[in-house]
Ligand binder design. Sequence first.
Ligand code: MN
Length: 723
Amino acid sequence: MNIPPAKSKKMLEELIENCKKHLVNVNEELITKSFEFSLEAHKNDLRASGEPYFTHPYEVAMIVATEIPLDDISVVSALLHDVVEDTDFNLEILVKQFGKEVADIVDGVTKISGLFKGQEITQAENYRKLLLSMVKDVRVILVKFADRLHNMRTLEFVNQDKQRRIAQETLEIYAPFANRFGLGRVKWELEDLSFKYLNKEAYEEIARKIKSKRKEREAYIKKFSDPIVEKLEEYKIKYEISGRAKHLYSIYRKMVRRNKPFEEIYDLFAIRVILDTEDRNECYTSLGIINQIYIPIPDRFKDYISIPKTNNYQSIHTTVVGPEGRLVEVQIRTKQMHDIAERGVAAHWKYKENKNTSDKELEDWVNWIRDIFENASKEDARKEILESFKLNLYQDEIYVFTPNGDLKRLPLNSTPVDFAFEIHGKVGFHCIGAKVNSKIVPLDTILSSGDQVDIITSKNQHPNKNWIKFVQTHKAKSAIRKWMNKEEDEIVAAGKDIWERKAKKYKLSFSNQEFLKLVLSLRFDNAKQFFLSVAQNKTNVDDILTSSLEKEKKDKTAPLEFENFAKIARDDVGGILVDGKKSGLMYSYAKCCNPIPGDPVVGFITTGEGIKIHRKTCSNLIHISEKESHKFVSVDWPSAEESLFVAGLTILGEDFPGLLNEISHSIVSYKNTNIKSININTKDSAFEGSVTVYVQNLEHLSRITDRLKKIRGVYSVERFESA
Ligand code: MN
């Protein structure tokens, strides 16, 4: 079944000969070894065409060696590229026999091959990125291009369904890729072959028309070229002229896009003059020759030799009026310029496709490939370049499949929970488990590109607060936080309910102020914390109420309570209104609570500092013992206070770029409010800030608070006492 020894010997010789012709270094021994290894490994297999399977890896290696030549390792990898997938040999054997470099490339090619199986190509751009995100060595892509090219060239042997699927994949994924990678020739061949299988009718019609016009066309080109040829020879310029091949698919696409018949597209003649010289001046000499013979159209002239395109494409383009008044586009370039354009560098994608940051990486990579081709003769430069084949494209994201084959893009290190929220909030909320590539995995499993993820949900499942520790996407994080807050709100409400019912039972009632005082005295930061603790049974409400009841009894017998003290004190001092002017008494505002006009306030008589004005809610007042209560004095704000007062706000929210800016803008843009200080802490994506501002009064402050609350991502704004 396998290839007869005499024939295989000849094949090997031919491969090595081609390698020597196109590559700088050729490790003959390694190529021979991999040739024999692959021949043996595939000995029992046949291709769809009935040929021994080995003809395929061999032809792929041949393409790598002659059509996209890079190095001998790529040729070796091409010979071995189907061994792991199709034979009994595994990667470990390849590592042992051929080293890790080769094995890694083969592994990469194998993984890509498995990727698209059974998937409908619906999001081509994502697929291309997925493919790139999985490739860490550029040679994987080159071998894959060669593999695909050979499969396309032999596609006639597989069934129609497979033909269509592979052709579609090639047209949508591999051809644009080849184009981006600057492999002009590979690109058009992949396109034409795909076209042939996807739209046989149109393909055959165009092919037939080209054929029927060929003679006429060739005759015209000859008529056009003859006088040029004569002159070039006169000037002793070595040249090659071709009536530039127009590819079937590109003609078809132009017909569709411009809605024009075949003839109008095809009759635009184009001729390429390739000069066998290193001297670019000969391009200009040739241009002069052509312009002597045919009249040029001035605004169609482009000199990409003096000013190369950003991808280093070099050529002169001119359009002239040929025989019978037909327009003919002429491209003039040196052989080297032509090679670069065809084989590696003319990356037209740059002008045609949208750019983003990752495309910048791709662009760098293309530049780097170009360096390889341009410096192929300089041994040192080449070695240095070849040492690092690391690709780093789209490696900060992963692409995973839904069970339906849709692709989802997620940040690196994403988990099934991120994926679940990416699909739908509901899926995220009720996700209870996940299958990755049909295996049940924990929810914090880190996904990789190409994984197929299936989320298992249950109506009774709810987000777990531990999820926040491992999820990566903003979507998942904020949904989980929101849910946790909502859950907390419910618990707080339950706690409040317990409190109110019990208080009623004890026939106790608290004003807001009294309640807050009580809560603070129990060492809670605020009422919410207290209610949470009550709901979670961490605080015994009965104990608190019992002691409150006793205190109330005592208070009734006590001569004075807080308000009474103040009243008496006021009478003692003579009923001042603290506006300074009227009373003539020294006063100042307490730094611990920073009252601002509009706050309920109370004065406290100090020694040496006059009356200190506190907010009635100031926590310091609570700790003033009853003995000192006679020092309270009732005070009131004057009707018009001109000064500015310091007030502090705590802002909590979800961090996002520009948040700080929005916060300060929303403060400053209201009544030119001044900011005294601003302090920001971010942790993960949570944001905690404190801002102190100068305000006129409570109204002013509450307007600012309202504005801050409206900022996207901010979920609470609260005043704090000490600024
Ligand atoms: Mn293959």
